[in-house]
Structures are given as C-alpha cells and as structure tokens.
Design a protein around this ligand. Structure first.
Ligand SMILES: Cc1cc2nc3c(=O)[nH]c(=O)nc-3n(C[C@H](O)[C@H](O)[C@H](O)COP(=O)(O)O)c2cc1C
Length: 196
C-alpha cells in the first residue's frame, strides 16, 4: 500500500526546508529495530530516498541491525529537524524490505571509491581487533580491485521502510505542541490529532 500523496507531500516540504536550513545533518535519522529476543536497539543512519513506496537507507545486511531485521522486519525511524521554525519531528513505523539488487547496485556505483572499498573492508558490527586491521583490509580490497570498478558486496545494500504509520510533530509555544498521526488502517490512510 503506497504512501498517501498528502503525507508524502508534507514530508517532502519539510525535508526540503531542512535541506535548505543550517542543519548539518538533515538526512540523519534514528533507526530502531528489535531482534528475536525483543531487546530494542537504536542508531543513526542517513535517509537516501523518500517516495510513495517508502523511505530508504543503506547499510550492511550482516550488521547487527540487518540480523535483527532478518528476525523481525518491524522498524521505526525518527527524524528531528530542529532548525526549522517550528522545529519538526517525523516518526515513521513499518516493515523493512531489502531493495532489489539493481537499486543497491545503482546507488553503490555513485559512491566514491574509498567508500566503496570501506563497504568491503568493514565487517560492520563485528569485533575489530585494532584500528589498523580495517586499514589493512581496505588495502587488500584496493589491490583486489586495482584497475577496475569496485563491485557492490553482496552483503551491502539498501532497505526500504514501507510505512504503516507516519506522525508529524511541530513544536508549539508553552510546549503546546502539535501532533498529526497518519495510520494505515484496512488499506486506508487515516489522520487524527493527538494530545502532545
Ligand atoms: C550521522 C550518522 C549517519 C550514519 N549513517 C549510516 C548509514 O547510512 N548506514 C550505516 O550502516 N551506518 C550509518 N551510521 C553508523 C550507524 O549509526 C551504526 O554505527 C552502524 O550502522 C552499525 O549499527 P549496528 O551495529 O546496530 O548494525 C551513521 C552514524 C551517524 C552518527
């Protein structure tokens, strides 16, 4: 079920304002996941795209977050645009799906070579015995791919968060903040206001 155009338009308008603001990281968003044991984990990633299909970010599929999403695809995102007037928070909940390989390939190809080599070298979320071990692995892959394009590692790629809940929050005077929650109920996006 695709995102209601009204929601997407509201998101895009705020996002464009955040990109034009002094915010140094307007694409940074918290990603919360919970694996099979129910323990909740949160970390930042960068939002890459937002369209009617959902919201995308890139990572390693064998990272802790990837392992958690394999066991439980439920996911929550949270963006804070505190440089906007009024400041805005957007909460998104839904399910994470791996992007088709062709989409991950296309984005990977746009990254600079050293980032591409980093994607091969970094065994994200595993124990790093010493910092120099990462640099050694970057050198190894640099040699392996010398003189040719760096292909995308199979374990590196994107997720699309297909939402069933989007909430816009706007800061108000006296903390009389505004909350507008959209939920996908029986195939229809419904809006209601919430007490702040
Ligand atoms: C501002 C910011 C942006 C980040 N962007 C990404 C990203 O797009 N993808 C990613 O895998 N990690 C990103 N990270 C690193 C993650 O926060 C995290 O350390 C990493 O993904 C490992 O998480 P995990 O062990 O829970 O899987 C970013 C960190 C910060 C502070």
């Amino acid at each position: 079920m695709s995102l209601d155009p009204t929601i997407l338009e509201a998101f895009r308008r705020l996002h464009a304002q955040a990109l034009a603001s002094d915010d140094p990281e307007p694409n940074a968003m918290t990603v919360a996941t919970a694996g099979a044991d129910g323990r909740v984990h949160a970390r930042m990633v960068l939002l890459k795209t937002a369209d009617e299909r959902g919201f995308t970010f890139f990572t390693r599929y064998d990272s802790d977050k990837g392992v958690q999403l394999e066991a439980n695809p439920r996911i929550a995102l949270c963006l804070l645009w505190k440089w906007l007037k009024p400041a805005a928070q957007v909460r998104i909940e839904g399910r994470a799906e791996k992007l088709p390989a062709t989409e991950s390939d296309a984005y990977f190809a746009t990254r600079e070579r050293l980032s591409q080599l980093g994607a091969w070298a970094s065994l994200q979320s595993r124990t790093l015995p010493e910092r120099v071990a990462l640099e050694r692995r970057v050198d190894e892959f640099d040699h392996r791919f010398a003189g040719r394009d760096v292909p995308r590692p199979a374990e590196w790629g994107g997720y699309r968060v297909v939402p069933d809940l989007v909430e816009f929050w706007f800061a108000g005077e006296h903390r009389w903040n505004e909350r507008e929650r959209w939920e996908l109920i029986d195939g229809t996006w419904r809006k209601r206001l919430l007490y702040p």
